[in-house]
Design a protein. Structure first.
Length: 130
C-alpha cells in the first residue's frame, strides 16, 4: 500500500494562485450575503490510513489552511466506511465512481439538518434520501 499511495499522492497543498482565487470567490460570496460550505468528499479507507501514517503533517497543514479561510464553513468527510462506501465505490484512491457518488449523496443529504433540507427542497432541488 505504501508504494501505491506514493504513485498517486500529491501534497495537500493549494497553489498561491488558486488560494487567491478561492479567497476572491469567498469574499464576493460574503459581500452578497451567500453562505459557502466547503465539502471534502471521503477517501478510500486504506488511502486515509496511509495518508495519516505517512503524510500526516501535509494533510494537517491542508486542514489548517482550509480552516483559516474566511467566510466559509467546512464539512470534512474523511473515511469511506462511515458514509457506507467501499473500495468498489471509487474510481481510484480518492474519486468516487457513479455508484459511489450516489451513495455519498444520500449519506450527505441525510446528514443535513432538516431546516437545510427544507431550503433545498424549497429551491426546487431534488433531495432523495432513499
Amino acid at each position: 500500500m505504501g508504494h501505491a499511495i506514493e504513485l498517486w499522492y500529491n501534497k495537500f497543498r493549494v497553489s498561491p494562485a488558486r488560494e487567491a482565487l478561492l479567497r476572491d470567490v469567498l469574499a464576493d460570496a460574503a459581500a452578497s450575503g451567500q453562505q459557502v460550505i466547503l465539502v471534502q468528499l471521503p477517501f478510500r479507507d486504506a488511502y486515509l490510513r496511509e495518508l495519516q501514517r505517512s503524510h500526516a503533517t501535509d494533510y494537517q497543514a491542508f486542514l489548517d489552511a482550509t480552516a483559516a479561510l474566511p467566510h466559509v464553513d467546512r464539512i470534512l468527510f474523511e473515511g469511506a466506511a462511515p458514509c457506507g462506501l467501499t473500495d468498489a465505490d471509487f474510481l481510484d484512491w480518492t474519486h468516487l465512481n457513479e455508484a459511489g457518488a450516489a451513495t455519498f449523496a444520500r449519506a450527505f443529504a441525510a446528514s443535513l439538518p432538516e431546516d437545510v433540507r427544507t431550503v433545498i427542497r424549497d429551491c426546487g432541488a431534488a433531495l432523495t434520501l432513499e
